[in-house]
Design a protein around this ligand. Sequence first.
Ligand code: KG4
Ligand code: ZN
Length: 353
Amino acid sequence: MKILGIESSCDETAASVVEDGHILLSNVVASSMALHAQYGGVVPEIAARSHIEEIIPVIEKSLTSAGLSWDDIDAIAVTYGAGLAGSLLIGVMTARTLAIIKNKPLYKANHVEGHIYANFITETKLENYNLPSKQPHFPLLGLIVSGGHSQLVYFTDHFNYKLLGQTRDDAIGEAFDKVAKLLGLPYPGGPSISKAAEVGNPLAYELPISKMDGKYDFSFSGIKTAVLRLAQGLVGKDYNLPSSKLPELLNEAQKTNIAASFQRVAVATVVDKTYQAFLEYSPKSVVIGGGVASSRELRNQLAKKLPIEIEYTDPKLCTDNGAMIATLGYYQALHNYNLADPYELLIKPNLSM
Ligand code: KG4
Ligand code: ZN
């Protein structure tokens, strides 16, 4: 069964065809990230306009690069939440229209669940993909770490899961993005913090790990403020100094040391909770999804802490993509779950797990 997956929840317009929930046939992503870089974060109106321009060419390319025509497609899956309303609307309206005119079943997909399903893709003829050697097994523990989400989820089977904890404020990727901005490093912050951290000392500064009431909940606003206060102190100013002045006042060593210390502690926050959940639930597999899953520091800390080997997927499938939605759509079709009416499907920007 070949599923076309369509994803447009944030700043990536993406479409992909996946066969039988594990063979990647195409993966096309058009990102408007460069347009947002000058603002230091995603501007929803710019993202929506860019989706309008890109969505049809991206879908067409996902079919042609897989060597397929519409007759070969068995169903369409589309992200209907969570995400930016204007962005989701473009993907959902396009998928609804295509489902009607091409007469295909339509499945509605939860973006955050999709990040987990990226790890079910194990085969491709496409070049330069580093995929897991086998699919994860249930029960599985899933950690989703992205620019919009930080969640720890325990799955006993497909669509049968318990949300163990989530962030109470910022997502971990968002914290990377904000700290990068404060240091004058380019957006997106994850990769630029990692790069700066390579030459910094991760033990240069002590930063707090937030203690939350919920056993598996996270918080990243405290560490973000702690970084701001630390930086203001290092340049000899008090809390009245605007953060926009920091990049010119901090020296290179201070910046790389802050980046490395922040990265160590932010990553330890999610690694500690993942370890605790691993001990409590004894899952057969641990699966990491979302843009921050490509972080070297995260992979190193998890490898040191967990007594189980984690198979990571390619960074191209960690950030937002249509393949994770197509894969989730396949399992939904198989289990007769989340079939949508193409005349009725609405977006759900605040959809939770
Ligand atoms: O999953 P994603 O593409 O979008 C959302 O659904 O949010 O994740 C994007 C996030 C950004 O915040 C980016 O800074 C972060 O993933 N990221 C990283 C790395 N690569 C991307 N964070 C830490 N280390 C990385 N290497
Ligand atoms: Zn995402």
